[in-house]
Design a binder for this molecule. Structure first.
Ligand SMILES: Cc1cc2nc3c(=O)[nH]c(=O)nc-3n(C[C@H](O)[C@H](O)[C@H](O)COP(=O)(O)OP(=O)(O)OC[C@H]3O[C@@H](n4cnc5c(N)ncnc54)[C@H](O)[C@@H]3O)c2cc1C
Length: 238
């Protein structure tokens, strides 16, 4: 493989890398996806997928199978953590103002597996950590941690927040937003009996929420953004 020139190399087999590769494949363009991990990184919990992302999943041909495994969320309810009162209740049902929205909470593992399953075998090359990139005429030379050098006409960076491709392109280092988060998914044997609604709670720098994926799984999260005063106190206590 080292001597041959690839048409398209994508760095990162996350959601972005696999979707890009599948989109290209559907258009008849093969690609090679380089992933640093030795298997598909299916850990994590779930993501709330909105209308535009469903269009993208339909375009690459995995929308229908994911719809069958995740329930349609027909409402968004927000509650203040300060007053305890409900602050909004938006319906996405057919007759409602926001009826054209499609929202489902998709398990990350199922989405990654659905994307990977549709790709021709050999598309994803695991244990292939990109460490540097060089330009050689019209080609890019992609250096891997194991010493392999791959040549490609097109290089696409989908390697997440500390992207090697991004750094090579001169992008700034990622900035810390100050927000911390804890996420999880509860899976029960019996039906959880939550309505298919996105429940969100806001106040005092906290945003938390829960949203059913299907009738047995509920994805939940807590995020916290400290005020500038709290940040200062935190800095003093270190
Ligand atoms: C393991 C994991 C679990 C997650 N769980 C959740 C969740 O439960 N809920 C949620 O909302 N979001 C979650 N996220 C975040 C969310 O999936 C991503 O932030 C978002 O989808 C962006 O996807 P991405 O494909 O751009 O980047 P990423 O998902 O970060 O994927 C980048 C991929 O590139 C690979 N990579 C990085 N550097 C290199 C390199 N130098 N060479 C080769 N490969 C490289 C990484 O191993 C990774 O597989 C998770 C992300 C990860 C990686």
């Amino acid at each position: 493989m080292e001597g041959t020139v690839q048409d398209v190399v994508i760095v990162g087999a996350g959601i972005a890398g696999l979707t890009t590769s599948l989109g290209l494949y559907r258009q008849g363009v093969p690609s090679l996806v380089l992933e640093s991990s030795d298997t598909l990184r299916i850990t994590g919990y779930a993501l709330t997928i909105w209308t535009n992302a469903w269009r993208a999943l339909d375009a690459v041909g995995i929308g229908e199978s994911l719809r069958q495994q995740h329930e349609y969320i027909y409402g968004n309810v927000t509650t203040s953590l300060i007053t305890g009162r409900q602050t909004s209740d938006t319906s996405f049902k057919a007759e409602a103002k926001f009826a054209n929205h499609e929202i489902r909470c998709v398990k990350r593992k199922l989405m990654l597996e659905a994307l990977a399953k549709e790709l021709p075998s050999g598309t994803i090359r695991y244990s292939s950590k990109v460490v540097s990139i060089e330009e050689s005429g019209f080609l890019k030379l992609v250096h891997l941690a194991d010493g392999t050098i791959l040549k490609t006409k097109v290089l696409i960076g989908c390697d997440g927040v500390n992207s090697v491709v991004g750094m090579w392109l001169g992008f700034k280092k990622p900035a810390f937003t100050g927000r911390s988060a804890i996420r999880g998914c509860s899976e029960s044997k019996a039906c959880h009996e939550f309505e298919p609604k996105f429940m969100q709670f806001f106040g005092n720098g906290i945003r938390s929420g829960a949203i059913p994926c299907d009738d047995k799984a509920v994805y939940w999260f807590f995020t916290w953004t400290p005020t500038s005063q709290e940040k200062e106190q935190e800095g003093q206590s270190i």
